[in-house]
Design a protein. Structure first.
Length: 154
């Protein structure tokens, strides 16, 4: 797998496979637990973490299922497409609640096949086949915050 590191408009290095895996993880958490997308994320090449708000602690079996489902989506070799949509149209398919009020009228929407769509300015792979394998390293639950730590392997 060719390694690419890109700079976004804020000069932050992004590792496209990990960033795209975060999108898949977010959608998996939304579907499994009905929670919002990650409220806080730290996405790096070697390992990353995401925080989710959940009313109760998930079981070890549920966490193993999260890992399994993320890898199942990755293994579907989905196309990752960038679409530019008017804000009003984008609001019908993605949650815009985290966007600043002064955001432009045209939004950049990243679509991971038919699995996820999210407003995002970051760098992504072109196909989920470029991600590798998602490995959940650890997780902890404190005060309705679930923190997941994960990495990607070949």
């Amino acid at each position: 797998m060719e390694e690419k590191i890109l700079l976004n408009e804020h000069n932050k290095q992004e590792y496209p496979p990990m960033h795209t895996a975060e999108h898949i993880l977010n959608q998996t958490m939304v579907r499994m637990f009905g929670c919002p997308r990650s409220m806080n994320a730290h996405i790096e090449r070697k390992k990353s973490k995401c925080d989710y708000m959940l009313a109760q602690e998930p079981t070890a079996e549920q966490m193993a299922e999260v890992e399994r489902k993320v890898n199942e989506v990755i293994d579907r070799h989905l196309l990752v497409e960038i679409r530019f949509l008017p804000r009003e149209e984008a609001a019908g398919i993605v949650d815009l609640s985290k966007l600043p009020e002064n955001v432009s009228e045209t939004l950049r929407i990243v679509c991971v096949g038919d699995y996820d769509a999210c407003a995002c300015i970051g760098a992504h792979v072109e196909n989920t086949s470029e991600i590798g394998h998602f490995k959940l390293l650890t997780y902890d639950y404190q005060g309705e915050r679930l923190r997941l730590r994960f990495k990607l392997t070949e």
